[in-house]
Design a protein around this ligand. Structure first.
Ligand code: GRF
Length: 203
């Protein structure tokens, strides 16, 4: 990327602790990225409040306000484009990103499991039910599938005896926030290349 801070649009659907980690990191000199807008698919979420407290512009594009998915996909891409992002980051955004956004911008997603195991909306619950002893989180490019894009970074988290979904997810999220901040910062500062499914950070 350039010497200027990379422009990030961050998409959220929930509590926004990953967003908060990015907001905090972007405040540090030399991080290399700034959050120029936060978008959501619903109102009344803490993620939007976090953006507002940080003085970052927000927008909401709700699927129920559209006649069909294609209309929502197009509207979301337009709302994002207004902010001219270098990178779109889905930080707990609970919708599949459609072609209009994928075709216009690089889109990075974070997932609370070690892909390709346990994709989808219940990655933590599914890993726990399967009985794995190690799980973790994945930062990857979004593509048209469900958590199927090229993997950028992963980190592991042990499953402890007696873990329930909430406890395990909270421990994963500690690691996930750090991984997301580190990965987005490196992408912003060093750039990246993708060859097939292999992602390389750096020039
Ligand atoms: C993260 O674990 C994300 O991967 C998952 O939902 C969680 C969002 O947490 N899809 P938060 O909204 O950033 O606190």
């Amino acid at each position: 990327m350039t010497d200027q801070a990379a422009r990030l649009v961050v998409l959220v659907s929930g509590s926004g602790t990953n967003l908060q980690a990015l907001l905090d990191a972007a405040d540090e000199p030399g991080y290399g990225a700034e959050i120029v807008a936060v978008g959501a698919d619903r109102t009344g979420i803490e993620g939007l409040d976090r953006a507002a407290r940080a003085g970052v512009p927000t927008f909401v594009e709700r699927l129920p306000d559209h006649p069909d998915r294609a209309s929502w996909d197009a509207a979301l891409a337009e709302r994002i484009a207004v902010h001219k992002p270098d990178l779109v980051v889905c930080a707990g955004f609970m919708k599949i990103i459609g072609r209009p956004t994928l075709d216009a911008f690089p889109v990075v997603n974070t997932h609370p499991a070690l892909l390709p195991s346990f994709p989808g909306a219940h990655g933590v619950r599914d890993a726990l039910a399967y009985g794995v002893r190690v799980t973790g989180c994945t930062v990857m490019f979004a593509d048209a599938g469900v958590d199927t894009g090229p993997i950028i970074a992963q980190a592991t988290v042990p499953v402890l005896d007696g873990d329930d979904e909430r406890e395990l997810h909270e421990r994963i999220k500690v690691v996930e926030r750090a991984l997301l901040v580190e990965t987005i910062g490196r992408m912003a500062r060093e750039g990246w290349s993708v060859t097939g499914r292999k992602v390389r950070l750096g020039a």
